[in-house]
Design a protein around this ligand. Structure first.
Ligand code: GLU
Length: 473
């Protein structure tokens, strides 16, 4: 799933997009350079005994910006991990956090391994050793740098990280806040697993609800009935597809690394997942057309294309073949700047990664707050809300002389659980940030794409923070 353009530098790609937007901000060159620079880069090599051999593992952690602490961003396990990639992803985290008003600097980590080639025991050894290396260099901690899941990692890896960290700092009251995306029993928050996919859904739904935007691309308002192609059925793509389907969108195409499938009448996500589990691939799904070259799936007819896997999957050689009217960047950096230019000229609405996939880090922020406050969301207010609601319902019934139906009563009386509050915080973040971007589009003459507008919002916030820090008197 990588670009055909071998010389492509992801970090330079991010810088190119940054420069395009920086022209519309008021900051002097020095501040812009400081915002752009990666503040700290850690590259480590450590030995791990795998079977009878010792393997030297290459790993990174990049702290792109310290304008707010801790730094925040996932850890990726993939053979594509290299310094340029981790730097680009860390930079995107800075802009992402600023875009959605999550008070962190950007960071990212990566281990250059193919996780499928290791047993869980071996992965645990690698993860724990990586965590100790981060601790040794002061690159992890609740107020320093807080990793999270990313491509190739999940709650399991996060639980190894928190356990290693806690054992290195016995008695640290806030040790659980050293990493997010943990299992619930280890201090995770309900709703984090599906958060990125749900955020993608909320963001695209908001776009589809704005008539002015839909008119630009000649589509009707609303998400129901929209034809969608999703590339990548990992944590982000799977949940995004699930929420789209539940809202009445039609999944016409799905792509994974083994190939893609397409059916204009629609594919049932759970049936495709079951088929993949049974046969080992999404290919040969009943009634669907196969694409042995997965990337071909992206070029099929649809309204909305959701690349939810890796970077640079849409580049200068395939951009013009895209038929979608809207591209929602669920992955980080799925479009190269060349592709971005081509598609903008074609009038495609591109909803940028730094906004659209920010649901993950937003809910990570909620998890971090939960860990620092040592109390589950909803614990204090759930019963109080239920009692108040019961009072209101009773009073309405007394005043009207009518009784509310049982189903409505149940709905009205319910106090919020943790997951309700997390979803509501996420929904509010995605909706308000979407309108912040639209506002920037309107305020800056000459800016026509949402990525540049989002960069303007992010640069303004990080720039002001640097000014306020007094670094540039
Ligand atoms: N890896 C995710 C991202 O790229 C989540 C980061 C986090 O939760 O810190 O945004």
């Amino acid at each position: 799933m990588s670009s055909t353009n071998q010389a492509y530098s992801f970090f330079q790609g991010v810088e190119r997009n940054f420069d395009k937007a920086a022209k519309f901000t008021r900051f002097e060159k020095g501040i812009l350079e400081q915002i752009k620079a990666c503040n700290s880069i850690l590259r480590i090599k450590f030995p791990v005994k795998i079977g009878n051999d010792i393997e030297v593992i290459e790993a990174y952690r990049v702290q792109h910006s310290h304008h707010k602490l801790p730094c925040k961003g996932g850890i990726r396990y993939s053979m594509d991990v290299n310094q340029d990639e981790v730097m680009a992803l860390a930079a995107l985290m800075t802009y992402k956090c600023a875009m959605v008003n999550v008070p962190f600097g950007g960071g990212k980590g990566g281990i250059r391994i193919d996780p499928k080639k290791y047993t869980p025991f071996e992965l645990e050894k690698i993860t724990r050793r990586y965590t100790s290396e981060l601790a040794k260099k002061n690159f992890i901690g609740p107020g320093i740098d807080v990793p999270a899941p990313d491509y190739g990692t999940g709650a399991r890896e996060m639980s190894w990280i928190v356990d290693t960290y806690a054992s290195l700092y016995p008695g640290e009251l806030n040790a659980q806040a050293c990493v997010t995306g943990k299992p619930i029993a280890q201090g995770g928050v309900r709703g984090r697993t599906e958060a990125t996919g749900l955020g993608v859904f909320y963001g695209i739904r908001e776009l589809c609800n704005v008539e002015e935007e839909m008119t630009k691309v000649g589509l009707p308002v609303g998400i129901a009935g929209k034809k969608i192609i999703v590339q990548g059925l990992g944590n982000v793509g799977y949940y995004a597809a699930k929420f789209f389907q539940e809202a009445g969108a039609i999944l016409v195409g799905l792509a994974e690394y083994e190939g893609g499938i397409y059916d204009a009448k629609g594919l049932n996500l759970e049936d495709v997942m079951a088929h993949r589990k049974n046969t080992g691939a999404i290919l040969d799904f009943p009634g669907a057309t196969n694409f042995s070259n997965s990337a071909d799936t992206l070029e099929q007819p649809c309204d909305i294309l959701i690349p939810a896997a890796l970077e640079a999957v849409i580049h200068k050689d395939n951009a013009a073949k895209i038929q979608a009217k809207v591209i929602g960047e669920a992955a980080n950096g799925p479009l190269t700047p060349d592709a971005d230019e081509i598609l903008n000229k074609m009038g495609v609405i591109i909803v940028p990664d730094m906004y659209l996939n920010a649901g993950g880090v937003t809910v990570s922020y909620f998890e971090w707050l939960k860990n620092l406050s040592h109390v589950r969301y909803g614990r204090m207010e759930k019963r109080f809300s239920e009692n108040m609601n019961a009072e209101i319902v009773k009073n309405v019934e007394n005043l009207t002389g009518k009784r509310i139906g049982e189903a409505e009563r149940k709905m009205l009386l319910r106090g919020p659980d943790e997951v309700d509050l997390v979803y509501s915080g996420l929904e509010d973040t995605m909706i308000s940030s979407f309108h912040e971007i639209r506002e920037a589009l309107k305020m800056n003459q000459g800016v026509e794409d949402m990525r540049t507008a989002a960069f303007i919002c992010a640069i303004n916030k990080v720039g002001v923070a640097y000014e306020e820090l007094g670094i540039f008197p």
